[in-house]
Ligand binder design. Structure first.
Ligand SMILES: NC(=O)c1ccc[n+]([C@@H]2O[C@H](COP(=O)([O-])OP(=O)(O)OC[C@H]3O[C@@H](n4cnc5c(N)ncnc54)[C@H](O)[C@@H]3O)[C@@H](O)[C@H]2O)c1
Ligand SMILES: [Zn+2]
Length: 364
């Protein structure tokens, strides 16, 4: 078991990580002296899989608990779902001390976090993430929000949680493709900050989640440590936090161009990292052997779904609309070597165009 601190002055909070920790949630919250009254926001599926031990633990700590069930999936990450939560909170007559517990993947975490941030001008929130992606990324750092029909994550605020409680054993029920989606993000952390972490992912991932529970806990702890350190230094992404976008400039455009249907987020980032490496090689930032090592780690998780029949200009169109496109050139996070990336602010359009064209051409 480990505790990692997100250091943000008076808003600092712990990330508690350990196999089996879900059944200690009540005790952890009690020790933090947050509130006697809690509301658990989650989905039907997650509650039926893992709700019992959570509720038992909260009740054992003499906390009052009310569940609020919201619909599953990215398409419900909307203001309409936030409105449902508001109505439930109002029916429950919660007050400004009531603790909102977000129990689910990144979708539940983002929506419940946003509802907590805005209801009564802000309720305290604790994240209890249940997907690998949420455990190593979305539950940490306080970004909350929902989508609009015109784009992803367009409405949101920063609202740091009071604690993040991570139980890697919850991942035993995760669909394998969702597990892999998180593993690509773990590769990302290795590339941006830790060569040892990249090796750990490459060597152990095929035994996750069941056959190497210790290794999985160790990998999650390393990723969370990196995210916590970066968020502590740059809470609102003025500069350093941008390095977490390694693989994401092209990855986000791929997701948008395929209407968020063909690829999981992690798979899009997998493709995005490989293309970013090709760009870095051209711009002389990255040695071929280092690029090969990263690309092998990505491909070793599982062959990425093919991008056949995807037109390069369809992807490019989304890149031009992105906020990372400034003054006719792109901002990219490019690897210099495993463990170190640079934020490159003036990547020329022709270089990006050419990498994208040849990458997609090779897939067809
Ligand atoms: N706030 C941030 O900083 C941040 C960072 C990255 C991503 N995100 C957001 O996170 C979202 C993606 O999150 P995600 O990948 O966790 O997807 P998700 O929340 O949609 O979960 C994926 C699927 O797994 C199911 N599931 C969750 N936990 C399970 C478990 N333990 N066992 C079995 N099934 C389980 C869910 O019900 C869902 O069907 C996106 O909306 C993205 O924008 C936010
Ligand atoms: Zn991501």
């Amino acid at each position: 078991m480990s505790t990692i601190q997100v250091a943000l002055g008076s808003r600092s909070y712990p990330i508690e990580i350990g196999n089996g920790l879900l059944s200690q949630t009540g005790a952890i919250l009690q020790a933090l002296q947050l509130s006697q009254n809690t509301v658990v926001v989650s989905s039907k599926r997650i509650l039926s899989l893992h709700g019992e031990p959570l509720f038992r633990s909260l009740r054992r700590a003499a906390l009052n608990v009310a569940p609020v069930v919201i619909p599953e999936g990215e398409r419900h990450k909307t203001l309409a779902t936030v409105d449902k939560i508001y109505h439930a909170l109002s029916r429950l007559r919660v007050n400004r001390k009531t603790l909102v517990i977000a129990f689910g993947g990144g979708v539940v975490g983002d929506i419940a976090g946003f509802a907590a941030a805005s209801y009564l001008r802000g309720l305290p929130c604790v994240q209890v993430p249940t997907t690998l992606l949420a455990q190593i990324d979305s539950a940490i750092g306080g970004k909350t929000g929902v989508n609009l029909p015109s784009g992803k994550n367009l409405v949101g605020v920063f609202h740091q949680p009071r604690a993040v409680i991570v139980d890697p054993l919850l991942l035993s029920t995760l669909p394998p493709r969702e597990l892999r989606s998180g593993l690509y993000e773990a590769v990302k952390y290795g590339v941006i900050r830790s060569s040892a972490l990249l090796d750990l992912v490459a060597q152990k991932h095929s035994r996750f989640p069941q056959r190497d529970k210790q290794g999985l806990e160790q990998m999650i702890t390393e990723c969370a440590r990196i995210k916590a350190e970066i968020v502590s230094q740059d809470e609102t992404e003025s500069e350093l936090r941008m390095i977490l976008n390694y693989g994401h400039t092209l990855g986000h455009a791929l997701e948008a161009a395929t209407h968020y249907k063909r690829l999981t987020h992690g798979e899009a980032i997998g493709h995005g990292m490989i293309m970013a490496n090709q760009l870095a090689e051209r711009l002389n930032n990255l040695e071929a052997s280092e690029a090969a090592r990263i690309n092998a780690a990505v491909q070793h998780i599982a062959p990425l779904p093919s991008l056949r029949q995807l037109r390069w200009n369809e992807v490019y169109r989304h890149m031009l609309a992105d906020k990372k496109f400034v003054d006719q050139s792109f901002r990219f996070v490019l690897a210099r070597r495993v463990g170190h990336v640079d934020i490159v602010k003036d990547v020329p359009r022709p270089a990006v165009e050419s990498v994208l064209r040849s990458y997609l051409h090779a897939q067809s």
